[in-house]
Design a binder for this molecule. Structure first.
Ligand code: ADP
Ligand code: UDP
Length: 255
């Protein structure tokens, strides 16, 4: 197969030109970073698991009518997605206080929030993804009020759905980050769709009974058993790769 053109290499994924115009191949790496790139490492098998987990969650979301960029999984580490114009905003939804919110307001991690809280961060590695308000987003032209309405409504719906889905497998969805993009239809119409990935890299998932962390915090905070936690999330969702954990290195289909 001809070598695909590499469009962008990020911290966790590589984006390649897809087979059709308007498509991209999203390759999931095992690389892990935290604290705005200051901590770097590898989580063996992470790319294979996140490819599966994100495929599964995007498909479940599509079933309830959430528009996503996901088209199909190609192999152990790659999926075909629609190319979108990424809105440079990270939408974070929180159900329980943790991470930067615990720090910012000096509230104990694990405190339940009386209602879900949505926050926006400007996607900029140089600035360390600063927290921004809707005013900043519209004033600086990162998104329109309509885009924000769409992203907010979708994020709350995704939160309700995923909270139930994870609760069904004994996991508490503490918080998570979403990215959206503008998809231009042939008709010239534009709609906002869910993009990037949903995986333990960008969700906090705690075991319902023990509160054990089953996500990237195990890497950020050196808690050990990082690979095992990602595997356990996939196992509970019923989607461990066919070959079982032994198969996690996956075929290196990066071309
Ligand atoms: P980062 O850029 O933060 O290091 P990744 O390693 O996950 O993140 O790289 C994936 C990049 O691809 C991100 O910048 C993300 O916004 C972008 N992206 C995700 N989905 C799409 C898509 N469907 N079309 C275009 N870009 C996308
Ligand atoms: N998150 C993410 N990418 C980021 C920042 C945060 O995926 O660049 C996710 C993170 O995994 C968590 C949620 O968003 O599930 C809230 O993260 P927080 O603001 O607490 O930041 P952290 O302390 O994790 O950096």
């Amino acid at each position: 197969m001809a070598r695909r053109r590499r469009i962008y290499e990020g911290k966790a994924k590589v984006m390649f030109e897809g087979p059709e115009p308007g498509t991209l191949v999203q390759y999931f790496k095992d690389d892990a970073t935290a604290f705005n790139n200051q901590k770097k490492g590898t989580i063996t098998g992470k790319g294979v698991l996140n490819n599966r987990i994100s495929e599964y969650l995007m498909l479940r979301l599509a079933e309830i009518g959430v528009p996503t960029h996901f088209m199909r999984r190609l192999n152990m580490r790659e999926q075909l997605v629609r190319e979108v114009e990424i809105v440079p905003i990270e939408v974070v939804v929180r159900n329980v206080v943790a991470g930067s919110m615990a720090k910012r307001f000096a509230i104990a991690e694990g405190t339940p929030l009386p209602r879900s809280v949505v926050e926006y961060y400007y996607k900029s590695d140089e600035l360390g993804d600063p927290l921004v308000s809707e005013e900043h987003i519209t004033a600086f032209g990162w998104a329109t009020p309509q885009d924000i309405d769409d992203m907010l409504a979708m994020s709350l719906r995704i939160n309700d759905f995923l909270t139930g889905l994870f609760l069904g497998v004994g996991l508490k969805l503490v918080d998570f980050k979403l990215e959206y993009g503008r998809l231009y239809e042939e008709s010239g119409e534009m709609r906002i769709v869910l993009a990037d990935e949903i995986s333990p890299d960008n969700c906090r998932l705690w075991d319902v009974k023990t509160n054990e962390k089953m996500d990237k915090d195990r890497f950020r905070r050196d808690l050990g058993k990082v690979e095992e936690a990602y595997q356990e999330v996939a196992r509970r969702l019923g989607i461990l790769p066919e070959g079982g954990p032994g198969d996690l290195k996956g075929s290196e289909s990066m071309q």
